[in-house]
Design a binder for this molecule. Structure first.
Ligand SMILES: [Zn+2]
Length: 153
């Protein structure tokens, strides 16, 4: 099933166990992404609107590719390509994400996405946009994927 770089196939035995990806940079390696928390570090698989994996895939050996799989698209984390266009989203998502932000406590984009039933990368992008103009405040250091309500309305 993995003919071309970036092709993805699921391994299901009773329930989804793993996802295999033909490394999207074309190096020819096959990446195995574990989905089962009982088998070690596990990714979250979302199938609405295509295949989404959270968090990013970062090879620590071989070609060292670092990318995210978002609505069946590959987005490179460390290099720019013309194909690196982020999927569209509805502006209503901004309102839902804003409403879910706490005024006090920093929360991760993943937790917020889970709470409001949206796709993780969709929510994380909205949070980056909200943080860029002060509607959200981004955490520091190891809390950089955490956000709370900003001072600007
Ligand atoms: Zn590769």
């Amino acid at each position: 099933m993995l003919e071309h770089a970036g092709d993805v196939a699921g391994v299901v035995r009773g329930r989804p166990r793993s996802v295999v990806i033909a490394c999207p940079d074309g190096c020819g390696d096959t990446l195995v992404i574990n989905l089962d928390p009982r088998a070690g570090k596990a990714w979250d698989l979302e199938l609405r609107g295509g295949v989404t994996l959270y968090p990013s895939v970062w090879r620590e050996d071989g070609c060292r590719s670092h990318f995210i799989v978002w609505r069946s698209r590959i987005l490179w984390c460390d290099r720019f390509t013309q194909d690196n266009k982020e999927p569209e989203y509805e502006s209503a998502l901004e309102e839902a994400v804003t409403a879910a932000l706490s005024y006090h406590q920093f929360r991760s984009g993943y937790d917020i996405a889970t709470e409001i039933g949206e796709i993780s990368w969709d929510v994380i992008r909205v949070l980056r946009i909200l943080a860029s103009d002060g509607r959200a405040e981004q955490g520091m250091a190891d809390q950089r994927d955490h956000y709370r309500r900003g001072s600007k309305r």
